[in-house]
Design a protein around this ligand. Sequence first.
Ligand SMILES: COc1cc(/C=C/C(=O)SCCNC(=O)CCNC(=O)[C@H](O)C(C)(C)COP(=O)(O)OP(=O)(O)OC[C@H]2O[C@@H](n3cnc4c(N)ncnc43)[C@H](O)[C@@H]2OP(=O)(O)O)ccc1O
Length: 269
Amino acid sequence: MTQGNAETADAGASGLLRIERADRVLTVGLNRPAKRNALNDGIILEIGECFASLPEDIGAVVIHGIGDHFSSGLDLSELTEHDATGGLLHSQMWHRVFDRIQYSRVPVIAALKGAVIGGGLELACSAHIRVAEPSTYFALPEGQRGIFVGGGGSVRLPRLIGVARMMDMMLTGRVYSATEGASYGFAQYVTEAGNGLGKAMELATKVASNAPLTNFAVLQALPMIAEANPQTGLLMESLMATVAQSDKEAKRRIREFLEHKTAKVKPKS
Ligand SMILES: COc1cc(/C=C/C(=O)SCCNC(=O)CCNC(=O)[C@H](O)C(C)(C)COP(=O)(O)OP(=O)(O)OC[C@H]2O[C@@H](n3cnc4c(N)ncnc43)[C@H](O)[C@@H]2OP(=O)(O)O)ccc1O
């Protein structure tokens, strides 16, 4: 990990990640541009360490790619070293790391550009919000390589884009542009060229200003509620709402609004 400034998290020192901090936002840069940020074991393990040891006062994380691409996916030069058992362990290692992202205490925003391929797309899907520059393209070329997704893609991607579209992607190798991707749910924002990281930082600063308990409920409870049967879901919602509103942070924020001390909710003029 490259030391960005004195407040940089301490996930390792290999240079595979460039981790920097701006106020309450941590940026995690995949730093193998010569290999188009292909995800080798080293970089996956460092991502895992980084998310396991997020500083307590961090409010959001932005993950991005150094160079022209987010990530070209699994480092294909390493996969050939695995037998079946090794393959299983490898995939499960990715699952653990990407779960740390998905179940992170704070929101994670992926700033995408260029290639978002295979395991790179699986990584992006474990984030909570995805921002794409116009250069971004999404693809799952596993079929061409004779492999299958191994980073949780078969679980997370159908939930974003549907089983039929994922089947089409995997069977035909179809490449989706940034705008197509956004319309299908790969990305929530498409920015101007060169502004992906800036937009992601802007969003991260905004989400980091939310009450931590609300962010926690959105990240941890919302996905479970959405998949639960309606009765269970509604009960979970009521419980979560009760916990959140009894927190002193909610009381403080609501009082500030009633005393006209905080911003109103208005559309941008
Ligand atoms: C099965 O268990 C799994 C699976 C997985 C996840 C699976 C996957 O991710 S499958 C998808 C794998 N990725 C690809 O097939 C993409 C391959 N790369 C490209 O198509 C191109 O490199 C590019 C991304 C479009 C960029 O093109 P360009 O800008 O022209 O750059 P290049 O000259 O091609 O590349 C420069 C340099 O980087 C090397 N490289 C690029 N991508 C990879 C890669 N994915 N793996 C290894 N190396 C890569 C390329 O070879 C060049 O190297 P040189 O030495 O020649 O300079 C997950 C978990 C499981 O358990």
